[in-house]
Design a protein around this ligand. Structure first.
Ligand code: UFG
Length: 356
């Protein structure tokens, strides 16, 4: 073949997304594929469903490669990495994430969240994959002394075993990158909510949801009699707790920019840490008001005491991610509520059609 005829198309970068059938994972797979990346998902479906892969294919027109196994399984993870040595980066989402459950069964959280990270790092190290994006959490800050909270704010003593696994994972990364010549970006998420505009993917809470937005949408859909507001005596303008809610699609896009930064060799250190939020805090009351406004549904709300373990208020300083990743959250609270409601209504329709 003459030089002029050679295929000059660039090889698609290939990304392993662990937990790619989950809430943030599935949205990230969609954004990666829409940006031309080739994706392979590993997920044990412990908190997700296999049809998410079909739904991703429906949205993007591309079916991601999918392997169902548990990343804490050393032999299976090793075999996977041995056969997938062409990976350019790994995005590691696979983890348990329920704060209350972690308090009831800490060992399950340490075992699952840390063992899976160790197995992934071992696989990367042995088979020459250098770049890792890790899903961390704003929970590492606890109640920060200064707001908005910056990446340089101190990591505080963990408030839950779940938070503890995120702190420990960041420490594992800090020492592993240096020792093994790896690079990592830890993304500290604030409160991810909302769903893809297609309403084909979204959050699928197991049982009764703990988080505010799924509880709101389920209450509006008639699955609960009333929404409880936990605490009205906080030192915030309306007395309810304040969080930095971020649309899951904005969050997903930040992962694409993080991957591109690593593959493009643009990282400034072996372990970088970025806050992912909008930089705006909203109170529980404001979230409820926004939901009622965009959905036209009035919620039956009851105020109760504070939920133990909750911080009063936290929102992100996002200037580092804005500057370094060239990323900024674009969607506001109304978009978050609208898409979450559209997703809940799609779930209701499939429930009444007997598919759930
Ligand atoms: N809330 C209610 N009623 C509900 C549910 C929540 O009033 O039915 C309130 C909470 O008390 C809190 C706010 O809504 O003030 C947000 O609560 P979420 O449970 O949605 O979110 P959290 O901020 O508690 O949780 C987030 C992440 C976790 C992380 C945790 C650390 O979702 O992954 O922060 O604090 F671990």
């Amino acid at each position: 073949m003459g030089i002029a005829k050679m295929d000059t198309r660039r090889r698609q970068s290939r990304i392993l997304v662990t937990g790619g059938a989950g809430f943030i994972g599935s949205h990230t797979v969609v954004e990666l594929q829409q940006c031309g990346y080739s994706v392979v998902i590993v997920d044990n479906l412990s908190n997700s469903r296999a049809d998410v892969v079909d739904r991703i294919a429906k949205i993007t027109g591309v079916r991601p490669e999918f392997h169902e196994f548990d990343l804490t399984d050393r032999a299976k993870t090793e075999a996977f990495f041995a056969s997938a040595s062409d990976l350019d980066a790994v995005i590691h989402f696979a983890a348990f994430k329920a704060v209350g459950e972690s308090v009831r069964d800490p060992l399950a959280y340490y075992r699952n969240n840390l063992e899976s990270l160790l197995r992934v790092l071992e696989g990367m190290r042995r088979h020459g994959t250098q770049n890792l994006v890790f899903s961390s959490s704003a929970t590492v800050y606890g109640q920060p002394d200064e707001l908005p909270v910056r990446e340089t704010s101190p990591v505080q003593e963990a408030w839950s075993p779940y938070g503890s696994t995120k702190q420990m994972a960041e420490e594992i990364l800090r020492f592993s990158v240096a020792a093994y010549g790896l690079r990592a970006i830890a993304l500290r998420y604030f409160n991810p909510v909302g769903a893809h505009e297609s309403a084909l993917i979204g959050e699928l809470p197991l049982g009764v949801p703990n988080n505010l937005v799924p509880f709101i949408t389920q209450t509006a859909a008639g699955l609960h009699d009333c929404l409880e507001v936990f605490g009205t005596d906080y030192g915030t303008p309306d007395g309810t707790a304040v969080r930095d809610y971020i649309h899951v699609v904005d969050l997903a896009r930040a992962h694409v920019t993080a991957v591109a930064r690593m593959i493009g060799g643009k990282t400034r250190s072996d372990l970088e840490v970025f806050n992912l939020g909008t930089g705006k805090g909203y109170s529980v009351r404001e979230v409820i008001d926004a939901f009622e406004r965009v959905s036209g549904v009035r919620l039956n709300v009851r105020t109760v005491g504070r939920r133990s373990g909750d911080v009063e208020q936290v929102w992100a300083d996002t200037s580092l991610a804005n500057r370094e990743l060239g990323w900024k959250a674009e969607k506001g609270l109304d978009d978050m509520m609208r898409s979450a409601w559209k997703w809940e209504q799609a779930l209701s329709r499939s429930r009444s059609a007997g598919k759930e």
